[in-house]
Write a new protein. Sequence first.
Length: 279
Amino acid sequence: MHVLRLSCDDKPGIVAAVATTLSNNQCNIEESAQFHDDFSNQFFMRVVFTPLQDGCLSAFKARFAEIADEFKMDYQVCDLSCPVKTLIMVSQHDHCLHDLFYRWNKGNLPIDIQAVVSNHNVTKGFVENYSIPFQHFPVTKENKIEQEEKVQTIIDENDIELVIMARYMQILTDNFCKENTGKVINIHHSFLPGFKGARPYHQAYERGVKIIGATAHFATADLDEGPIITQDVVPVDHRDTPDTMQRLGQDTESRVLARAVKLYAERRIFMHDRRTIIL
């Protein structure tokens, strides 16, 4: 199966043009979703389709390029059978890494993990047990840019489409974020906006919060302000300690991050200014 993703200014005839072009080129629609944004008058559409004969896909792409030009669309046609080439970045907290590897190994995440990068050696043995390359790039104030350049080389040489910050506890530079706009997903240990910085669960405990949560978002030059993809919360009360909150929080982080990665790999996420549209 393949997926067509598109966005453009909304006007009559878009859905009809998409459906007709697919039908005329012997492509069967398996799933379709669309959304009109009132505030910007932008139209978003995701269509999963199957070419029924040899040559249908090439014919559809050629004809649809004309349709896209007519409606001034931004669009992609992707093969859903090809897993998304992925780089994972992690520091010392390894719960998200373990969860991602478990789901990937069980075939529940359509990603192709090309490498893991870390500023610590803690997860080296775990990663190499899966025969995945592990790169140890210790980060200091003096070498931060140099180490990011090494990461960028891995991204470029392996055609990486998705970078997952699985509790990678380093602030990315503005240049790195801009170079990889829309393909770096970070997991934040809070239901943003919330308790930022060190010891978030202790801050939450001291404030007597009744929920804790996690937020998966795109990394941007504005720290923890990128478009939000997925969020979730769990209830807590006065009986919970910072340790129990942390355990609950880490489980939530793992689930929220995995859900965001799956949405990305299925080509469901559209970045729209500071928001996301998910179809």
